[in-house]
Design a protein around this ligand. Structure first.
Ligand SMILES: Nc1ncnc2c1ncn2[C@@H]1O[C@H](COP(=O)(O)OP(=O)(O)OP(=O)(O)O)[C@@H](O)[C@H]1O
Ligand SMILES: [Mg+2]
Length: 257
């Protein structure tokens, strides 16, 4: 049965999409069967997987939310890997799903039909706690919260983690916080070092794991995302690939998979 990981933080631009795509890429490189779900109306991970704008996709995550199609009919097999594409139209219907009975458990229920086909399902989420992030948190086994190594990175973190705890109490008590992940880390930058050094104590005070691996700022990561290329198949010796590989080893160790 697939282990489901959600990459989430209500802050924007902290490398959620980059992390979701590269964890998926690393796991596929290690021969695991992986499905990525793009639950963000910005559709950024979709763009990476399909190599362009998702405008022409007609079977997307929206069809799953609207219960028009089974999720298995919405999986697109691309050169990058398997993806359920996001939809820009999602943004118009967030309130509807938020209010509908069972509207926050749509993804959890949909995934039941395919979870034996994959080892991992990775979910990319938008930078707000709405219907889509909640759906992902209900469906997930584990959550990874990326933090950018910059001042103010920690602001809002404990509120976000409180929200996750509330959702756990509400129906997904098995959700495991896998850890906080420092991203875009530049060791030469004083601010970055301050956040890096402060994190273990923050993690201990919140009783939450902080991954030992920090993802360094790396041009190859940025280029691979921009060019829709697999970092692991094109730059497997880059700092970025090494860091994401180390992260995946930590995750595998944690979940014993
Ligand atoms: N380790 C890294 N090195 C260099 N650039 C990075 C790194 N990680 C992320 N980036 C770049 O930072 C930007 C923001 O990353 P990303 O889109 O993954 O953030 P996000 O949290 O998904 O944003 P949003 O909240 O809008 O969904 C992107 O341009 C991405 O290429
Ligand atoms: Mg994103």
């Amino acid at each position: 049965m697939a282990y489901k990981i959600v990459v989430a933080n209500q802050k924007g631009g902290v490398a959620k999409t980059t992390t979701a795509v590269n964890i998926a890429d690393a796991l596929m490189y290690m021969k695991y069967k992986v499905l990525l779900l793009d639950l963000d109306p910005q559709c950024n991970s979709t763009s990476v997987f399909i190599g362009g704008a998702p405008a022409e996709e007609n079977k997307t995550i929206l069809n799953v939310f609207q219960k028009k199609d089974n999720i298995s009919d919405c999986i697109k097999h691309t050169d990058f890997g398997d993806v359920v594409c996001g939809s820009r139209e999602l943004a118009n219907s967030e309130d509807t799903f938020m209010r509908a009975a069972g509207g926050l458990k749509i993804i959890k229920n949909a995934l039941k039909k395919i979870e034996d086909d994959y080892d991992f399902v990775i979910m990319d989420t938008p930078p707000n706690v709405g219907a889509f992030m909640r759906n992902a948190l209900f469906a997930a086994d584990g959550i990874i919260t990326p933090l950018q190594a910059k001042r103010f990175a920690l602001d809002g973190l404990s509120d976000f983690l409180d929200t996750v705890e509330l959702l756990k109490d509400d129906g997904n008590e098995n959700l495991e916080i896998l850890g906080i992940l420092l991203t875009m880390y530049d060791q030469r930058n004083k601010q970055d070092r301050e956040v890096y050094e402060a994190l273990p104590e923050v993690g201990a005070s919140l009783n939450i794991n902080v991954f030992k691996t920090a993802i360094r700022t790396c041009q190859d990561i940025e280029n691979a995302i921009a060019d829709s290329k697999s970092l692991f198949r094109t730059k497997s010796n880059s700092n970025g690939a090494n860091d994401y590989a180390d992260l995946v080893c930590e995750i595998l160790e944690k979940i014993k998979k």
